[in-house]
Design a protein around this ligand. Structure first.
Ligand code: C2O
Ligand code: CU
Ligand code: CU
Length: 565
């Protein structure tokens, strides 16, 4: 019953590909933009009328499904306020961005229900497309699937000097590709491989585009499904950017293989096409073997009409040209000083393998453990990581903190679209891929960065590791200081007592101090009267990872991570 309904929907989509275009009747939803320097994001339960009949319960960020598009200007200092009005703990990660570990929103930086997390950081990324999503270990897939995610557009002076389409919602569009499954009452079925396409949360979408060069910022926001995005073969199409920035030059493309977490920017020239419609397909029948959604890859329920098939994501309807359209692309987009292979300080090998039972998948046979720092990187080091996939399914490998450059793909240099700045790379069965990256900033001996498979089911099941970046002189040092939003906590790791101090340049005071376990549950709570320092007896805690949440008189909170020996 349940399945019959959603497969009927998909049957309609499939028929549409065969010629019944009339199914793409819903205008594509374009999320509003938010500009800084202060960004207020509120995650809350909501509902959406995806289908006729019952509404679907969702998670939204400032809106019923997905979140606003955040516009960041390189060099700006932004103040984020992320309020969690869900009933579950969450975190908020700025995927692709080069920020300090405490601001990165990884699985250690909890936002318990009815609290606000307020990191502040400098935007230090190339002009590109990033995204934000929860990263609570074990729950990332579920929270993203319900709709807690949004796009980030970073702008900078160099990109602004290029003649490129960049008017949001006019000739520059966010395209967030996801798959959903619905039950008989239109509620989301949390399926690894869902059976209905939603673009920006719109089912059966069409997008009106002007008859000129149009820029699409593609983001695969699906949990597991990979798309082989296809463009009209009779029109000029160029990829201009990969995950972390513009490519050096536009690359003519017909298809873009987009794994979960990956972004690509593509410019399609609809010049002279006014009045024409174009299907925007995903050509998954021709994907290489072993990729989720393609031949020989992990599929969904039997009969899932998206598996190993070509299907339509949405439809383009070409409208008249706007005034002053972009009519040609620059021949050169950007140049980067890439870290050099002759300056490599260290190499690491990450083998994608599996539990002896075949699942879960792991990295170097090691399931993710909150308590274990898998890798210690020395600040300013240049490293080469080699990813070897020994399993029979493809894994999109993602690393926080850095953008990397692929140096080798199975013994060859990468094809042009993969040669640019990246933070996700799809490692296919049997692949050996090496990348080079430089770890230039943000030492923190306590809060780690993550690397993981961006198949969110694999990630949640343990296909993740964590690394810290430290000063060379720190390696092996026991006593470090954790800092967050004007407070410092030491010693850390702690044995019997920890001490919290308000930094001299910070106006706040300590009003309440809580010790939380890594699930966000409060174990200790103490109140203070306008204190500037506090100390806590932690001798009774079992060794492990804890969070210390400090609240000032105005109710502002900061969370520090504490390791108990
Ligand atoms: Cu998209 Cu670890 O993140
Ligand atoms: Cu990330
Ligand atoms: Cu994986």
């Amino acid at each position: 019953m349940k399945f019959a309904k959603s497969s009927f929907l998909l049957l309609s989509l499939t028929l549409a590909f065969a010629g019944l275009r009339a199914q793409f009747l819903n205008p594509l939803f374009i999320p509003d933009t938010l500009t800084g320097p202060v960004f207020n994001l509120t995650l809350a339960p909501s509902y959406v009328n995806f289908l006729a009949g019952d509404s679907t319960v969702t998670h939204g960020i400032n809106q019923p499904y997905l979140g606003p598009t955040l516009i960041f200007q390189r060099g700006d200092t932004v103040q984020m306020h992320v309020t969690n009005n869900l009933t579950d703990t969450t975190t908020m990660h700025w995927h692709g961005m080069h920020v300090a570990p405490e601001d990165d929103g990884g699985p250690h930086t909890f936002i318990p229900p009815n609290t606000t997390w307020s990191p502040s950081f400098v935007i230090d990324d190339e002009a590109t497309t990033h995204w934000y999503h929860p990263h609570l270990h074990g729950h990332t897939a579920e929270q993203v699937y319900k709709g807690a995610a949004g796009m980030i557009i970073v702008r900078d002076a160099h990109e602004a000097s290029l003649n490129l389409p960049r008017t949001y919602g006019v000739d520059d569009f966010p395209i967030i590709i996801q798959d959903k499954s619905f039950d008989a009452t239109n509620q989301l079925i949390f399926a690894a491989m869902a059976d209905t396409i939603a673009i920006n949360g719109t089912l059966g979408a069409f997008l009106s585009v002007p008859a000129q060069m149009v820029r699409f910022r593609l983001l695969n926001g699906s949990n597991q499904r990979v798309y082989n995005v296809g463009f009209p073969t009779n029109l000029p199409v160029f990829q201009i950017a990969s995950d972390g920035g513009l490519l050096e030059a536009p690359v003519p493309v017909n298809t873009v293989l987009l794994a979960p977490g990956e972004r690509a920017q593509v410019v399609v020239n609809f010049g002279g096409q006014n009045g024409n419609n174009y299907p925007f397909p995903s050509l998954n029948s021709t994907m290489p073997p072993g990729i989720s959604g393609g031949p020989g890859g992990p599929g969904g329920l039997p009969g899932n009409p998206l598996d190993s098939a070509d299907f339509i994501l949405m439809e383009f309807r070409v409208n008249p040209q706007t005034p002053n359209p972009v009519t040609s692309l620059p021949t050169s987009l950007n140049t980067y000083v890439k870290p050099s292979l002759s300056n490599v300080d260290r190499t690491r090998i990450k083998i994608m393998d599996a539990d002896p039972n075949g699942f879960p998948y792991y990295i170097n046979s090691t399931p993710f453990n909150h308590m274990v720092i898998n890798d210690t990187v020395i600040k300013d080091n240049i490293e080469v990581w080699t990813l070897i996939n020994t399993t029979d399914v493809a894994h999109p490998f993602h690393i926080h903190d850095i953008q990397f450059y692929i140096t080798e793909l199975n013994g060859s240099p990468p094809p042009a679209p993969m040669a640019g700045r990246k933070d996700v790379v799809l490692v296919q069965p049997g692949d050996t891929i090496s990348f080079i990256g430089e770890f230039t900033d943000f030492v923190d001996s306590v809060i780690p960065y993550m690397y993981h498979c961006h198949n969110l089911f694999h990630e949640d099941a343990g296909m993740m590791g964590q690394f810290i970046v430290v000063e060379a002189s720190w390696v092996g040092r026991e006593k470090e200081i954790a800092r967050a939003n004007g407070y410092k906590l030491y010693p850390n790791p702690a044995r019997d007592r920890v001490r919290l101090e308000v930094n001299a340049d910070h106006g706040g005071t300590i009003h309440q101090l809580e010790v939380l376990d890594i699930q966000g549950k409060a174990l200790m709570r103490q109140q203070y009267q306008s204190a500037r320092e506090a100390s806590l007896d932690v001798s009774g805690l079992t060794p492990g990872m804890y969070l210390l949440r400090v609240q000032d008189e105005s109710g502002q909170t900061a969370t520090l991570r504490m390791l108990k020996r």
